[in-house]
Design a protein around this ligand. Structure first.
Ligand SMILES: [Ca+2]
Ligand SMILES: [Ca+2]
Length: 118
């Protein structure tokens, strides 16, 4: 990550909810990725902490080590034992799709699931 770009981006006030959401994703990732080892990737324990602290309600009852291991193995596309930002964003994308599906179900399937993103 280029530091001056990062600084500019992070110090700029977001002008929309979507921009704030993007900044929150980035800030949240870096809040945990910087704790140990590589500053820009999540180790197994950093990922676990992030999942439990930030996504505890989504994980529901599956707050055990096995669930975290499974997420880690699913996410670690290049098998280096660390989750980088790209891999993390894939998780957030998948979770957002799952939430959207849930939302559409709740509203009696007013929209079409999948579409051009599927
Ligand atoms: Ca790290
Ligand atoms: Ca990886």
């Amino acid at each position: 990550m280029h530091d001056s770009f990062m600084f500019h981006f992070m110090s700029k006030e977001p002008s929309s909810n979507l921009e704030s959401a993007m900044q929150m994703l980035i800030k949240t990732f870096h809040k945990y990725s910087g704790k140990e080892g590589d500053k820009y990737t999540l180790s197994r324990s950093e990922l676990k902490e992030l999942l439990l602290e930030e996504l505890g309600s989504y994980l529901g009852s599956s707050k055990d080590n096995e669930a975290v291991e499974k997420v880690m193995n699913d996410l670690d596309a290049n098998n280096d034992g660390e989750v980088d930002f790209t891999e993390f964003i894939i998780l957030m994308g998948a979770l957002t799709v799952a939430c959207n599906d849930f939302f559409l179900d709740k509203r009696g399937r007013v929209g079409k699931v999948g579409g051009r993103w599927g």
